[in-house]
Structures are given as structure tokens and as C-alpha cells.
Design a binder for this molecule. Structure first.
Ligand code: ADP
Length: 535
């Protein structure tokens, strides 16, 4: 009795160590065999949903065998499962159904146990399994054995409950991890998770791309510090360096709310970075999650909107004032019958002129918007560039205070959007006139080789230095010397965009201040296969 009590106590202490059912089976067998005949020992689990008994393992005369499954049937095990009551079989031959044990066949003889003690393992009122000890001797067990086995089974129930909880937790954790993995992989933002030391423990595909990392060049778990970044590509190093203060900040327990970080090495880029500290409130920070993305084009667009708004305000202000002033004047004169024809024509002309300016400005703003959004539609049509240039120059010559000359090769024809090319050329011609003195010459040349048509507009005006040439196509750029002439710095930006939309390029040349400028653009001749005409 003492041995049995000791066993049950010991079992209570050790059984929790079993990590799986096989370990549990072995512990149970080892302990049971110390206090009773356990020549044959089985541990079975019962799955109520499928009414199936799964034998975890079985031991016969010291030899362990694989388990197996069988549907709930008529045997003693099934009976114990159904009733939830232990079963004592004193003399199998007379009390039980005939059984033949497979594992007996190895030694050549077919043996059958003569007695058995079978107890249910009950958890939360349900039979979850069965422990069965059997002996080849009849009457090997009595009620005390049933009681002892019952105590063992209750410990087994606790262990199984514990195991299932752990298993479920592991499963839930795995599912969680898989979900997280999927989220990270599909995120369009770059994400880096760092631990308390500031070492990268995880980063997603976007982060890898932005940091220019392939699998080999980053060892996870290393502190994210300047020294280790040296082997990164230059642009990636700049991003990594920009992230360093963020890493320091989360290590110190401070989250970072959407901060723009400007990158200036190479091309200008803007990253938006946020970081959240990991760890319970008030506890030591466990590291952090840093999320960042390239917002360069977004910021560009925002800036464009602001610029356009400012420009629209500035440039529309004058024509609107003029239109309103002259309209009000006309109205007052009509009311008082003091309107002569000359002043009427004068005011009306000004109103028309400034309305046109307003309309042009609105069109330019709209075009820029379309260009930026990639929505500019080109209507390509066979266009003769020489004719177009001649026609424009002829039109201007009538009113211009400059001498305009055209030198165009014959038949420079391609499929271009005539209206857009006219807009580009008009802009170059009006700039040439704006930035050169009256009476000077503006020459236009149109040439073609086998695959490009090139148009150049040369003036004898204020010219440009190299640093001005470098910026002349930037949106809103105006050289200092141009500031006394009216303009918004949008024309060349738009012209450049229109030429690019045709697959062409545009450039500027000048020997320096006061030595004239040449603006040229080249267009590919013919449409390329598959081109849609949408830029
Ligand atoms: P805007 O003429 O309205 O200022 P543009 O985009 O057409 O806008 O031109 C941008 C700037 O480029 C001008 O402000 C001027 O500084 C320079 N520029 C353009 N055309 C010429 C030219 N023919 N000669 C010298 N400078 C020019």
C-alpha cells in the first residue's frame, strides 16, 4: 500500500514532464509495473467525434509495439469508454470475448491474457482515454489494483489536459506566426523589427529591396549600427544611417510618429518612417517595429499641388483684376452713356487678351496635372514638322518685333500629336522672344536623320550659364536674369514632359550670359510597335 501511495505521489510530480503521449505512455508503464502486474500495458486515446480508439503504444512482456486504431466496439476497452466505469477482468477465458493478440505471434505461439484491469481516463466528465493492464495469469488483479490504476489515470488526465493546452497554444501560435508572415510579405511598406539591443530580427521583402539586401548580405540578429552597414550599397547605407536614430529611439522606449527623412546622396528621395516600441507599458522595451516607405513621388505631387496653387493664385490674379476692372469701367460708361467706340474696343480687347491668358494658364495647369498623373493622351497623326515650323513663324512674323527665320528640310514627317508639338514649339519661340532684345534674330531649324527629327530654336538673347542650363527644365525654375520678364517657370517643364511623352528628348545649350541660347528637341520618327499613345 505504501509503495502504491508513493507511486501516486511521485507520478503527480513527474508526469507533467511528459511532452507527448508516447512519453506519457512510457512513464505510466514504468510506474505501474512497479506496483502491479503490467505484463501487457496499453494506453489508448478516445476520439468521440469519430468514435475511434487510438492505441498510443502497447507493451507485451517488455517489448514495446506500435499502436493502432479501431472503432468503438464490443471489447472491454470500448465498454469502459462507453460506461466511464473501470473494469476488472479476473478470468478472461470465461468473462470476456475471445481475443488473440497479434504481438504474441512473433514468438510463434498465440497467447491470450487471462486477466485485466482497465480504467477510463476522464477529463471534464468525458472519457478521453483508457489505461489497460493485462496479465497472462488469471486473477492477477483485484479492487485495490483498480483503485491504484484509477489514481494513475487521474494523473494521466491532468497530463493530457496540459499537453492539449500546450498543443493548442503551439497551434494557435503557429497560425498567428503564419498570418503575420503573410501580412508582412504582402505589405507595401518596408518593415524592420529590431530587438532590445537594436539587432534586426526580421525584415520583409520591401525592406530588403529598399536596403538593397540580398539574403547573404545581412545576418539577422546583429546590432544595427554604423559599422556593420559599411558593406551595404551606398544608397542603402544612407537609408540605414537614417534609420539608426529611429532604432535608438525605440531602444530608449520612444515611438516615432510618421517622420519624413530626406535622402540626398544620389537622387533626392523622401522616406516616411514610423516606429512603435514593443513591450508592455511601463516595462523595459523589447525592441520595436519600424515601418518606412518611399514617399518621394507622393511628396513631389503634394509640392506640385502647392506650387500649382501658388502659381495659379499669382498668375490668375492679374488677368482677373484686368478683366474685372475693364468690365466694370465699360459697365459704368454704358450706364452713363459715355461710351465711345475707341475706348470700348480698347477695353474689350484687353478683356479678350486676359481671358485668353487665363484659359492658357488653366490649360497648362491641367496638362501638368495629367502629365504628372501619367494620364496625358496623345492623338498621333502624320505631322510635317517643317510645315508646322514655317506656319508658326509666319504667323508670328506678322506681329513680332524679332526677325524670325526658318531653315527646314523637306518632308520631316512623323506620327506625332500635332497640337502638342505646336504647343512645344510655340513655347520655345515665345521664350526666345521673351529673353532676347527686340530686333534680334530667332532662327528655327528642322532636320531629320533616319530615326529622329530634331527642331532647334536659337536666339541672341540673355543666354544661360551651365548651372542655369542644368535647372531650366525643372518645374517653377526661373533664372535670376529672367525675373524682370513675366513668366511662371512652367512652360519648359511642360514642353519637356510633352516631348518625353512622345518618346523624345529636349535639351538646352548656351555659350553663357548674353550670348544667346538654343533649345532643341528630338522626336522619334514613326510610332513604335505597341505604343498606345498614352503617356
Ligand atoms: P517662364 O518663361 O514662364 O519663366 P519657362 O519654363 O518657359 O518659364 O522657362 C523657365 C526659365 O528658363 C525662364 O524663366 C528663364 O530663366 C529660362 N529660359 C527659358 N527660355 C530661355 C531663353 N530662350 N533664353 C534664356 N533663358 C531662357
Amino acid at each position: 500500500m505504501r509503495a502504491r501511495l508513493e507511486l501516486v505521489t511521485r507520478l503527480g510530480e513527474t508526469i507533467g514532464d511528459a511532452r507527448d503521449l508516447v512519453e506519457l505512455f512510457r512513464t505510466l508503464h514504468a510506474e505501474t509495473s512497479r506496483v502491479m502486474d503490467a505484463t501487457v500495458f496499453l494506453l489508448s486515446m478516445y476520439d468521440a467525434a469519430s468514435e475511434t480508439v487510438h492505441v498510443v503504444r502497447q507493451i507485451d512482456r517488455g517489448e514495446e509495439h506500435e499502436g493502432g486504431s479501431f472503432p468503438l466496439g464490443k471489447g472491454f476497452t470500448s465498454e469502459v469508454i462507453r460506461t466511464g466505469m473501470p473494469k476488472l477482468v479476473r478470468r478472461w477465458a470465461t468473462e470476456g470475448p475471445p481475443i488473440r493478440l497479434l504481438y504474441g505471434t512473433e514468438s510463434g505461439e498465440l497467447v491470450t491474457p487471462q486477466s485485466a484491469a482497465i480504467v477510463p481516463i476522464i477529463s471534464k466528465g468525458q472519457v478521453v482515454g483508457v489505461i489497460s493492464t493485462q496479465s497472462y495469469a488469471p486473477q492477477a488483479y483485484d479492487d485495490t489494483d483498480i483503485a491504484t490504476l484509477g489514481a494513475i489515470a487521474s494523473h494521466a488526465a491532468t497530463a493530457i489536459k496540459h499537453m492539449r493546452a500546450t498543443e493548442q497554444m503551439a497551434l494557435a501560435y503557429r497560425r498567428h506566426a503564419l498570418e503575420l508572415e503573410a501580412v508582412l510579405a504582402n505589405m507595401s511598406d518596408a518593415l524592420v523589427i529590431v530587438d532590445a539591443r537594436g539587432a534586426i530580427v526580421r525584415l520583409n521583402r520591401e525592406a530588403r529591396e529598399l536596403l538593397g539586401l540580398d539574403g547573404a548580405s545581412l545576418v539577422l540578429g546583429q546590432p544595427f549600427d554604423a559599422q556593420r552597414l559599411e558593406h551595404l550599397p551606398k544608397s542603402a547605407r544612407e537609408i540605414a544611417a537614417a534609420l539608426l536614430p529611429i532604432v535608438d529611439s525605440v531602444r530608449a522606449g520612444a515611438s516615432v510618429d510618421e517622420r519624413d527623412v530626406e535622402l540626398t546622396i544620389g537622387q533626392h528621395r523622401v522616406l516616411s518612417v514610423s516606429a512603435t516600441v514593443l513591450g508592455a507599458a511601463g516595462a523595459e522595451p523589447q525592441g520595436g517595429v519600424i515601418v518606412f516607405r518611399d514617399v518621394t513621388s507622393q511628396r513631389e505631387l503634394e509640392r506640385l499641388r502647392e506650387d500649382v496653387f501658388a502659381m495659379a493664385w499669382h498668375d490668375m490674379h492679374t488677368p482677373i483684376t484686368v478683366i474685372r476692372g475693364h468690365a466694370a469701367l465699360l459697365l459704368a460708361r454704358v450706364k452713363h452713356g459715355r461710351l465711345d467706340k475707341k475706348s470700348f474696343v480698347n477695353a474689350a480687347e484687353l478683356i479678350v487678351k486676359h481671358s485668353d491668358r487665363l484659359a492658357d494658364l488653366l490649360t497648362a495647369l491641367f496638362d501638368i496635372r495629367c502629365l504628372q498623373a501619367g494620364m496625358l493622351k496623345l492623338s498621333r497623326w502624320p505631322t510635317d514638322l517643317g510645315l508646322l515650323a514655317a506656319e508658326l513663324v509666319e504667323g508670328l512674323n506678322a506681329t513680332s518685333r524679332h526677325k524670325l527665320v526658318v531653315d527646314a528640310s523637306d518632308g520631316v514627317i512623323g506620327e506625332w500629336d500635332e497640337r502638342r508639338i505646336r504647343q512645344v514649339l510655340t513655347n520655345l519661340l515665345s521664350n526666345a522672344a521673351k529673353y532676347s532684345s527686340e530686333g534680334s534674330t530667332i532662327s528655327v531649324s528642322v532636320r531629320a536623320d533616319s530615326d529622329h527629327a530634331t527642331v532647334s530654336v536659337r536666339d541672341e538673347g540673355i543666354g544661360m550659364e551651365a548651372d542655369e542650363i542644368a535647372q531650366v527644365f525643372r518645374r517653377g525654375y526661373r533664372a535670376n536674369r529672367a525675373l524682370n520678364v513675366r513668366g511662371g517657370g512652367l512652360g519648359l517643364y511642360l514642353a519637356h514632359g510633352l516631348v518625353s511623352a512622345h518618346g523624345g528628348r529636349m535639351w538646352a545649350e548656351s555659350p553663357g550670359h548674353d550670348r544667346g541660347s538654343t533649345f532643341s528637341f528630338a522626336l522619334p520618327i514613326g510610332t513604335r510597335e505597341g505604343e498606345t499613345g498614352t503617356a
